[in-house]
Design a protein around this ligand. Sequence first.
Ligand code: FAD
Ligand code: NAP
Length: 312
Amino acid sequence: MGETRHTRVLIIGSGPAGYTAAVYASRAMLNPILVQGMQPGGQLTITTEVENWPGDTHVQGPDLMVRMEAHASAMGAEVITDIITDLDLSTRPFVAQSDSGTVFTADAVILATGAQAKWLGIPSEEKFKGFGVSACATCDGFFYRGREIVVIGGGNTAVEEALFLTNFASTVTLIHRRDTLRAEKIMQDRLFKHPKIRMLWNHEVTEVVGTEAPLGVTGVRARNVITGAEHIVPCEGFFVAIGHAPASELVKDQLPLHHGGYVQVEPGSTRTAIPGVFAAGDLTDHVYRQAVTSAGMGCMAALDAERWLAGH
Ligand code: FAD
Ligand code: NAP
């Protein structure tokens, strides 16, 4: 049996939302504990260049997250390398069990466990990740100016990504496994009218093809799901837009979720349905999903927690 630690504010997650919440909660003298999880630094640690973090025209994702951790620690947050495996929000104080055996009790909890893009799960996709394969058009579209791009998916994300990528690409091919899109009609309308976009219906991607040295994408192998026929669609950028999976397992039976698993918060705040529990970042945001918006919500969560604690 591990030790039991009590904290006024427990922050779960070490992405931009968690670290920003830690900075603000520390400056409010709440002595927060932040548990980093299995991906210390969050999603930005798996990318290279970030060009839309205000104040840095150009910063490596992992470097930015090291700086955020240092900032949170310097302000007084206790950053712990551990994973929360169980969270009980039905008792006061709240109780969190960690992988190492430590039990954290907390007066307030800030959930900042993020979301992960879903991937196709084919080996060549993994091989070219960061070298032509991406799951974030806002982040990486700029690198494909004047190039051919393929997007896969049929929901709002895929349509939005395809439309956004027309700002850079010479052509965008949207590949979808059925013959109708799941995206909103208004979005479809914009998509079908766009001169740079072509649709490839009833196809799935079975392989990403490319060069070894330098590592780079030259196309994707598309398979007709009706006839089985395959052909190569040339492209230098391949964007996977088949949905995101918010990391809401810890609370899925305790808090209302929306849009397939995102933690619901009161509009304009980070308050969840349970007083004293706050949610920030990609875990609650199915629309923006950016580092800066996550950081903003982390700030909001710490301020909301501070006010709530002051009243209790
Ligand atoms: P995340 O960054 O997802 O962090 C979640 C944290 O929760 C992780 O530290 C994880 O370890 C922790 N966690 C999860 N479960 C547990 C648990 N049980 N116990 C404890 N901790 C847990 N955005 C931009 O603005 N610009 C970009 O250029 C950009 N590029 C990107 C490139 C890639 C490849 C990807 C995948 C995303 C990119 N994004 C970019 C999006 C950006 O990374 C996210 O919007 C942002 O990281 C979300 O921050 P977050 O704090 O909500 O969660
Ligand atoms: P989504 O609606 O779940 O759509 C995922 C799409 O990817 C579907 O078309 C699905 O095909 C396809 N897909 C899933 N797995 C696949 C695979 N292995 N291979 C090929 N295709 C695959 O996800 P989303 O588009 O990310 O949207 C998630 C939620 O956020 C939705 O509620 C959406 O409305 C919302 N959202 C809203 C906005 C907005 O309001 N502006 C923007 C983005 C997202 P099938 O259709 O065949 O299942």
